[in-house]
Design a protein around this ligand. Structure first.
Ligand code: CTP
Ligand code: CA
Length: 235
């Protein structure tokens, strides 16, 4: 069961959460984006604050209506992956726990046009060259302070629960993070919804939490697992 909102079991912890999805500009009026609403990240920030943590929320293109679900939290905004990376590195200094729930663009447009592209300049089709963005999460994990806990997310298109767990294990290892929360997504599931289902794997490859319910319930289950992991490693 979720703890009562006033049980301040996270008091004294500084937690940074990213939420939403980055956008990479193509020209002054267009971008490459993704379907992340930011609801899961905002729910984590809100739940952590309600449980007494000091929270910074780094939001990438999260609707004001969704952000309003996390009142009285230090919100910092980022647009592109590069901006999100800078905001996260800044906020992570001195944090106990960093949770990367944002959907970060893997690539950015190599040459951003400074005037609006026209069909006249690219008749019949348009090729955009993309270059890979830095991996923010892997960077935070590689440079983390002793005792700092780093948590990643992964949205995967999979055909079974076993496959989801296996991918979560591999991704956790590849990123060098302490915990990775994975959820299955598809054309019809996972985004814009108020519900979610995640599995959380730890550095031993074990499934340390499963949650299926509202994003608030998933947030609380994840925070339980994060705090257990964090306190175990501090011992
Ligand atoms: N992430 C990040 N920086 C990036 C890409 C991803 O910090 N440039 C973070 C996400 O916020 C998430 C985790 O890494 O917490 C996993 O994201 P995901 O897209 O699943 O991982 P990728 O390494 O990009 O792998 P894939 O090729 O499956 O997209
Ligand atoms: Ca990716």
């Amino acid at each position: 069961p979720a703890p009562a909102p006033d049980s301040a079991d996270l008091a004294g912890l500084r937690i940074v959460v990213s939420a939403g999805g980055t956008r990479e500009p193509i020209d002054p009026v267009r971008f490459l984006g993704n379907r992340s609403s930011g609801r899961q990240g905002v729910a984590i920030a809100r739940a952590a604050a309600d449980r007494g943590a000091e929270v910074v929320l780094v939001a990438a293109h999260v609707d004001d209506a969704v952000l309003a679900e996390a009142p009285a939290i230090d919100v910092r905004r980022a647009g592109t992956a590069a901006e999100l990376g800078a905001a996260m590195r800044d906020a992570a200094a001195g944090a106990d726990v960093v949770i990367m729930a944002a959907a970060v663009a893997d690539y950015r447009v190599a040459e951003v046009a400074d005037v609006k592209l026209t069909k006249e300049s690219s008749p019949g089709g348009l090729e955009l060259r993309l270059v890979e963005n830095d991996d923010i999460l892997a960077g935070l994990a590689a440079s983390r302070a002793p005792g700092q806990t780093i948590v990643g997310f992964a949205a995967e298109t999979v055909s079974s629960d076993d496959e989801l767990v296996e991918r979560a294990r591999r991704k956790r290892e590849r990123k060098g993070v302490d915990l990775l929360a994975a959820n299955a997504v598809g054309w019809d599931s996972g985004f814009e919804s108020h519900e979610n289902a995640v599995v959380v794997v730890d550095a031993r490859g074990e499934v340390v939490a499963r949650a299926d319910g509202t994003k608030r319930e998933v947030a609380n289950a994840l925070l339980d697992a994060v705090v257990r992991d964090h306190r175990e490693r501090l011992r």
